[in-house]
Design a protein around this ligand. Structure first.
Ligand code: SF4
Length: 372
């Protein structure tokens, strides 16, 4: 398959791994931001192959994983109302809120539907004018332009029974929070190529300069990942800190101008609660005042008690790279993809699911954690 097969050539990957090995003078700590990259690294075995020279720390770039329990509780509260149908992506259905998940709520009468795109939710609203359709909008800057377009489309068609419960998150505030933490170990980032394809990567320059941290935009295939790690190592070994694009087949510094325009037309940054990580200043996107009539939190009065996080699940430490999934005592025991305790074990991009599927040898590995 064009743009895929040529980035999976094992002999090229081996040469890149060898170059990384030759170039490193000490073990480096590099964080891949995106859950898709985490799965790619584990599936290809790159993380294990480099473990003596590079520690790959898994970042918080799984939007389903960082959606707060209280937002899921809100979606469930809405779905239990007689005339409201909550729609969302399939990944979101099994993630537990403070108690049940959306799919669990559906089993006891809540009206919840999985859709492939926010425009599907708009179409449902248009066909069923007597019901209210709420799209539970989850995702980073990659999916936010699509939900922004859904709002513009609903507005153009005069659809009044469609709204969004926005759980959209922004990646850069999370990167900054990781770098600013007193116990941060991350020396360099692999930034997600699809986010850069949408919003560009020129805005990383400020973060890169302030924290003197190399940021390399790359993709998800083995050659992308190995080339990205090599670029990080080259910069670290020569004392440089720059933003570098290793995903040139898709990402441009300015991003997709149309997507950025739509995003800015409909959304503005806001503070947002990230699951396991707490309140992230500027870490979310909410609808601008001009689009408030499409904001479910404005349209409905939603009452949910403050949501408590699971006392067992250590997703906050996993998502901030403080522990690896198999270092959580529940990994593979009480918590499996069939019986998940936390979102990183549910989501197809979650780090815990990645370890469960691609590192069956990992097993639970209990460690003394001091940063809890
Ligand atoms: S293994 Fe399960 S309980 Fe542990 S951090 Fe991951 S999702 Fe949470």
């Amino acid at each position: 398959m064009k743009y895929v097969d040529e980035f999976r050539d094992a002999s090229v990957v081996d040469r890149l791994l060898e170059a990384i090995r030759r170039r490193t003078t000490r073990r480096r700590t590099i964080m891949e931001i995106c859950g898709g990259q985490t799965h790619g690294l584990l599936r290809s075995g790159i993380d294990a192959a480099l473990s003596d020279v590079v520690e790959l720390v898994h970042g918080p770039g799984c939007p389903v994983c960082v959606t707060s329990a209280s937002l899921i509780d809100r979606a469930i509260e809405l779905a239990r109302r007689p005339n409201v149908i909550v729609t969302t992506f399939g990944d979101m259905l099994r993630v537990p809120g403070s108690g049940e998940s959306l799919v669990g709520a559906r089993a006891t009468g809540a009206r919840v539907r999985a859709v492939y795109s926010p425009l599907d939710a708009v179409a449902l609203a248009e066909k069923n004018p007597d019901d209210e359709f709420v799209f539970f909008a989850v995702g980073f800057e990659t999916t936010a332009p699509a939900t922004a377009l859904a709002v513009l489309h609903a507005n153009r068609r005069g659809i009044r029974n469609f709204s969004l419960l926005s759980a959209h998150v922004r990646v850069q505030p999370a990167m900054e929070a990781i770098l600013a933490a007193p116990d941060n170990r991350v020396e360099s980032f692999l930034a997600a190529g699809h986010v850069a394809t949408v919003v560009g990567y020129e805005s990383y320059a400020d973060l890169c300069r302030r924290y003197r941290v190399p940021i390399v935009v790359t993709g998800f295939e083995p050659i992308d990942l190995a080339a990205g790690i090599l670029a990080c190592v080259e910069q670290l070994e020569t004392g440089r800190a720059a933003v570098e694009n290793r995903y040139g087949r898709s990402a441009r510094s300015e991003g997709n101008r149309h997507a950025v325009r739509v995003l800015e037309q409909v959304y503005e940054p806001c503070d947002r609660e990230w699951r396991g990580l707490g309140k992230m200043p500027g870490g979310g996107l909410r609808l601008r005042d001009a689009w408030r009539r499409f904001d479910a939190e404005h349209r409905f009065e939603i009452f949910t008690p403050a949501a408590a996080e699971s006392s067992v699940c250590r997703s906050g430490e996993v998502l901030s790279g403080r522990i690896k999934p198999h270092q959580c005592p529940a990994f593979g025991r009480e918590c499996t993809p069939d019986r998940p305790l936390g979102a990183p074990m549910v989501s197809s991009e979650g780090a815990c699911a990645a370890y469960f599927h691609h590192r069956p040898d990992a097993g639970p590995q209990l460690v003394e954690i001091t940063s809890r």
